[in-house]
Design a protein around this ligand. Structure first.
Ligand code: APR
Length: 168
């Protein structure tokens, strides 16, 4: 059972073994947190993404972290659902992003992992619903990862994640 923490900040400043990025299916990089991670990791991240992509929504694929500062060794690219109102299986796809990212982390022997609030930006997933899915999925996924950090870039996301962690 992993310790799950909520933190406020920039995921590229996290001191963890692996960071998750909210990617698009091409894994070539984009805006939002994906843009920040690609800028910090350097151009080799997109090259590595191109070599293993495309990544379907709900799945997760790992590459090296390249120029990201130690101790980060891996970037786990996961593709969230585009919010279409909630009746297109978005909740299960989002849950799968968290589940598959943890499974990939386990395959890599990762012991500490940081997530952004997947799908809640450009893809429009309501942050409160996404927070509950993140916490519930992480709490129900067996793993050897010891520490999982949910990194909120803004106060609203931070409050939703904190409430979800408290079970509210
Ligand atoms: N650290 C942590 N979280 C961040 C950072 C950062 N430096 N920058 C942005 N975020 C947060 C956003 O505030 C949002 O809460 O990441 C969350 C996810 O938002 P997006 O990055 O827009 O991701 P998503 O909604 O999954 O959309 C993915 O956007 O950038 C493109 O290539 C990406 O096509 C894909 C789509």
């Amino acid at each position: 059972m992993a310790l799950i923490e909520v933190a406020r900040g920039d995921i590229t400043e996290e001191n963890v073994d692996a960071v998750v990025t909210a990617a698009n299916e091409s894994l070539l990089g984009g805006g939002g947190v994906d843009g920040v991670v690609h800028r910090a990791a350097g151009p080799r991240l997109a090259e590595a993404g191109a070599a293993i992509g495309p990544c379907p929504p709900g799945d997760a694929m790992a590459t090296s972290a390249f120029d990201l500062d130690p101790p980060v060794r891996h970037v786990i690219h996961t593709v969230g659902p585009v919010w279409e109102g909630g009746d297109q299986g978005e909740a299960e796809t989002l849950a799968s992003c968290y589940r598959r990212s943890v499974q990939v982390a386990d395959e890599l022997g990762v012991r500490s992992l940081a997530f952004p609030a997947i799908a809640t930006g450009v893809y429009g997933y309501p942050a409160d619903q996404a927070a509950h899915i993140a916490v519930a999925t992480l709490r129900s996924t067996p793993t050897h990862v010891q520490r999982i950090r949910l990194v909120a870039f803004d106060q609203d996301t931070y409050e939703h994640l904190t409430a979800a962690l408290r079970g509210q």
